[in-house]
Design a protein around this ligand. Structure first.
Ligand code: ZN
Length: 116
């Protein structure tokens, strides 16, 4: 395992897509230094992160159930965000619904003229 020459973060950390190894430096540092390919990859990572935050928020709300009366008559049936957005080795989400939503999200952005 190696670290970014610029910021020292661990490269290719599976939990942090901005740590991708771009020749010894992480994606985030390369984007910050102005590399056009890295800027584009970085904006894709950030767009996907905001998608995941929104999708998880929806999932959390759907998991709230009324379980009775009293002071807090609710229970929440929801995985952690990390589990909810976990990905397979091929980069797709484990949850097929999430794959469909992510595809639709990207199509919507393309139709709006956005290239990430
Ligand atoms: Zn770095």
């Amino acid at each position: 395992m190696s670290n970014c020459h610029i910021c020292g973060c661990i490269l290719d950390n599976p939990k942090d897509p901005t740590s991708r190894d771009c020749g010894g430096d992480c994606l985030k540092c390369m984007a910050d230094s102005g590399d056009p390919d890295c800027i584009r990859s970085m904006s894709k990572v950030l767009v996907q992160k905001s998608f995941e935050d929104l999708a998880f928020g929806q999932r959390f709300l759907m998991g709230i159930k009324r379980t009775g009366t009293g002071q807090f008559p609710f229970s929440v049936d929801c995985p952690t965000q990390e589990d909810f957005v976990s990905k397979r080795a091929d980069g797709h989400y484990v949850d097929e619904t999430l794959n469909a939503m992510w595809w639709a999200w990207q199509e919507g952005r393309k139709n709006g003229g956005l290239d990430y």
